[in-house]
Design a protein around this ligand. Sequence first.
Ligand code: SF4
Length: 78
Amino acid sequence: MTMTLRVIVDRETCIACGVAPTLCSEVFVLEGKNRIVDKYSKELSDSLSVGEVPDELKECVENAAMSCPVEAIKIEEI
Ligand code: SF4
């Protein structure tokens, strides 16, 4: 069964270190601060970026989330 992941970036907490887009450019891009790329974006504001990402990218997203120095990336299975 294919799962989808909801990925939530707290853009207020993000310090724009660049790690997330470097480790997982399929999902993240720096635009001032980190955000979900248009392809997967569902909601975007100055404070929050929410996206829905296919399960195949789980490792990539988890790697970025674990490497974020301020824990600004959260992942939920939906
Ligand atoms: S790793 Fe964290 S602080 Fe760095 S750009 Fe990504 S969300 Fe922002």
